[in-house]
Design a binder for this molecule. Structure first.
Ligand code: NAD
Length: 359
């Protein structure tokens, strides 16, 4: 993929793509700014050993566009961006590299705020923050929001409640069985909310530590051997909380649940899967809508972190999901398409305000 060719920035509609290199620290980073229509672009930094430069560019373009839609529907005054650092985060990550990266972020003067993503963690953000003001996801000790999975799980639970109301008439999972794939940072908190709400939880994880945690903390969770067993179990709701691409053709055909609502990003394995879900009568609560609690949590740092304020905003995912599901039914489109339409509408309507000259 070339930068400006048909698969690159030109086709994707990005505002700006910044390539950053520093030979001494070994930094090779790409910052993608899809849109600043609603405000500075916010999105995490992925540290990943891509097979090629083209793969790194393709990923940052896809991810930064996704953040614009997520931030728009989360009601944030933030545009969408994302960054990738090309390299192996194990041996490759050093103080010098992270601080060099921080200086490149600072050089954008607030057009882009960074945060954690795959391969970067809260302590890394504290290091980056030594060189730039434009970083979120810092530790609580450094004025940050800390673990974003807390409000991610809360938001997923709200989205699931909205889907339950749309499907069964009441905004609760009481008496329903929810299958969680992945009892990681988000899955664990989600399981707790569901149990508190009166749901039965069935779960699976590939990590023995996660399973041991479940046995010790919530012995009432039924643990099954794998995702295949989970999706064919007698579940009402499926919550993918592990990796992307959870909804592929085989999964959709085998799925017993009536609702899908989970934390994993990019759940639809390929375009068209949303149609297969609809054909099978399965309601899909779009991933980027219901998992926005994490970005809501870290975005709150920009104002000076206040957990209650952030939680209130994440609770709004209930109403947003309801609106999307209602619009999808009204316009006879999938919830994924309805979500995109609402996000584009907000970017256009609110983004336009910036064209009014303030004098
Ligand atoms: N943490 C956040 O704030 C946040 C925000 C938005 C989206 N997400 C997305 O939610 C998902 C979960 O995030 P997390 O922070 O809990 O990650 P995590 O790494 O803490 O947890 C993922 C869990 O899934 C398990 N897993 C991996 N492969 C599996 C498989 N094949 N079958 C069953 N279990 C498997 C892992 O063992 C792990 O316990 C990810 O897709 C992430 O991108 C997370």
């Amino acid at each position: 993929m070339g930068v400006f060719d048909t698969d690159g920035i030109d086709a994707s509609g990005h505002e700006q793509v910044v390539f950053c290199q520093d030979r001494q620290s070994g930094l090779k980073a790409i910052i993608g700014i899809y849109s600043t229509a609603l405000g500075p672009a916010l999105g995490g930094t992925r540290f990943y050993p891509y097979a090629s430069e083209a793969d790194a560019l393709a990923d940052v373009l896809k991810l930064s566009r996704g953040m614009a839609y997520k931030n728009a529907l989360a009601g944030l005054d933030l545009g969408g961006g994302k960054a990738v650092i090309w390299g192996d985060p194990g041996p490759g990550k050093s103080e010098a590299l992270l601080r060099t990266y921080g200086r490149f972020v600072e050089s954008l003067h607030g057009r882009y705020y960074t945060a954690c993503d795959v391969g970067t963690y809260v302590p890394d953000m504290d290091v980056i923050a030594r060189e730039t003001r434009y970083v979120t996801g810092r530790s609580v000790e450094h004025g940050g929001a800390g673990d974003s999975s807390i409000l991610t799980a809360w938001g997923v639970f709200q989205g699931m409640r909205a889907a339950a109301e749309h499907t069964w008439g009441a905004p609760t999972l009481r008496g329903r069985t929810v299958g969680i794939a992945g009892l990681g940072k988000v899955g664990k908190y989600l399981a707790g909310h569901l149990i508190d709400d009166g749901a039965t939880v069935v779960a699976t994880d590939v990590s023995e530590a996660a399973l041991a945690w479940a046995r010790a903390t919530y012995p009432q969770i039924s643990l099954v051997a794998g995702v295949q067993e989970l999706i064919t179990a007698d579940i009402d709701v499926y919550a993918p909380c592990a990796l992307g691409g959870a909804l592929d053709d085989d999964t959709v055909q085998a799925l017993a649940a009536k609702i899908v609502a989970g934390a994993a990003n990019n759940q639809l394995a390929h375009p068209g899967i949303e149609k297969s879900l609809a054909e099978r009568g399965i309601l899909y609560a779009p991933d980027y809508v219901v998992n926005a609690g994490g970005v809501i949590q870290v975005a709150d740092e920009i104002e000076g972190f206040n957990f209650e304020r952030a939680k209130l905003r994440a609770t709004g995912i209930f109403e947003t999901t309801k609106r999307i599901l209602a619009l999808a039914a009204e316009e006879d489109v999938s919830p994924a398409v309805a979500a995109d339409r609402l996000a584009e509408q907000r970017m256009a309507e609110v983004g336009r305000l910036r064209t009014i000259y303030l004098g």
